[in-house]
Design a protein around this ligand. Structure first.
Ligand SMILES: [Zn+2]
Length: 344
């Protein structure tokens, strides 16, 4: 297949298939802009980007920046959800909050982008399990147990080794969270957990789990990525991994310019370990997140340059010989199957 043919077919597949991004810090960005007085932010800034790649569904994180914790964690998460409700009212017919796969299908049938909500760290609920039910009522369906720090649930993994005391896995509260999540119909996401925590989730939770935005540690040896053993066990119970475009999780950016080809190597690696059906998009586009990154020289992180460029990533997979069914799974079919099994 020539590059041009692959590109054309990739565009067609994006148009025809269900396309989902399992991790995007959409609402943290939207809230910051709304607090500066902007309105219709999703309509103006993000809908055109989603449409450029025919994206049908996006999972927005409820990421809370360190500077708001602990006191403002709950308030920030509620403000993000409030921002989404306000944006939906301001821009009717363009996107809607979805709580299950039937609502995703309904939104898409009406030409709307389906937005789902996931914690990226349960910091907003602190140690109050009853708040999980409140967030479920508000429409949150995903639970990334931790970000890269410790909370009441577990220890997060850092991006690089740091000087620290002994690590822990899940706390007793964390174990209660697993049970409550299952009861409510919320899904568990292990991205950002440390190895001890992943081990505990696999031992103490028997349903399928995802890593919404983590790659392979065998190819990029950072703690945020999963080991081959973890990948095999996650896949063994029907889990899916979202491929993270942040270059430091893809290859060594000091060695060469990281591109979508490097990211496709992670899909190849996972397929060689566990076969098709266990990868998807979890791009975690972060070049916009200036105020969340350390001060210093400007550096670009995304090896896939936004949603429009995701078509190029799909074309790369087609050129590597992936069949169209496998590609449809990667575009969103595999994550959709996971959602059906967990949130209904
Ligand atoms: Zn993250």
């Amino acid at each position: 297949m020539t590059t041009q043919d692959a590109r054309k077919r990739a565009e067609e597949l994006h148009r025809e298939s269900f396309v989902l991004d399992a991790h995007y810090d959409l609402l943290p960005l939207v809230l910051d802009r709304r607090q500066k007085g902007e309105r219709n932010v999703i309509e103006k800034e993000y809908i055109p980007a989603f449409r450029a790649a025919h994206v049908d569904a996006v999972v927005s994180s409820l990421f809370v920046s360190e500077r708001f914790l602990p006191e403002m964690g709950l308030r920030r998460a509620l403000d993000m959800i409030a921002a989404l409700y306000e944006e939906m009212a301001e821009s009717p017919g363009l996107f809607s909050l979805c709580r299950n796969t039937a609502e995703i299908a309904e939104a898409n049938a009406g030409g709307e982008v389906a937005l789902l909500l996931s914690f990226e760290g349960l910091d907003p609920i602190g140690n109050d399990l009853s708040l999980l039910r409140v967030f479920h009522e508000l429409g949150v369906r995903g639970i990334g147990l931790v970000w890269s720090r410790r909370n009441y649930v577990a220890d997060g993994c850092f991006f690089d080794p740091v000087k620290e005391g002994r690590k822990g896995g899940l706390t007793a509260f964390g174990v209660q969270v697993l049970d409550e999540a299952k009861r409510l119909g919320m899904y568990i996401d292990v991205s950002h957990l440390n190895d001890e925590g992943v081990e505990d989730v696999l031992a103490l939770y028997d349903g399928p789990v995802i890593a919404s935005h983590s790659n392979c540690r065998a190819l990029a040896p950072v703690m945020r990525n999963l080991t081959d053993d973890q990948i095999a066990r996650l896949a063994g119970r029907g889990g899916v991994m979202g491929m993270n475009a942040c270059s430091v999780f893809v290859a060594d950016p000091d060695q060469h310019t990281v591109t979508e080809r490097d990211l496709a190597d992670h899909v190849d690696h996972i397929r060689s370990l566990v076969g098709d059906g266990h990868t998807g998009f979890g791009f975690d586009f972060c070049d916009e997140m200036r105020d969340f990154s350390a001060p210093g020289p400007h550096r670009e992180y995304d090896c896939v340059k936004g949603y429009g460029a995701s078509v190029g990533f799909t074309a790369e997979l087609l050129q590597r010989g992936y069949g169209e069914d496998a590609v449809r799974g990667i575009l969103g079919g595999s994550f959709l199957g996971f959602l059906k099994k967990t949130i209904g």
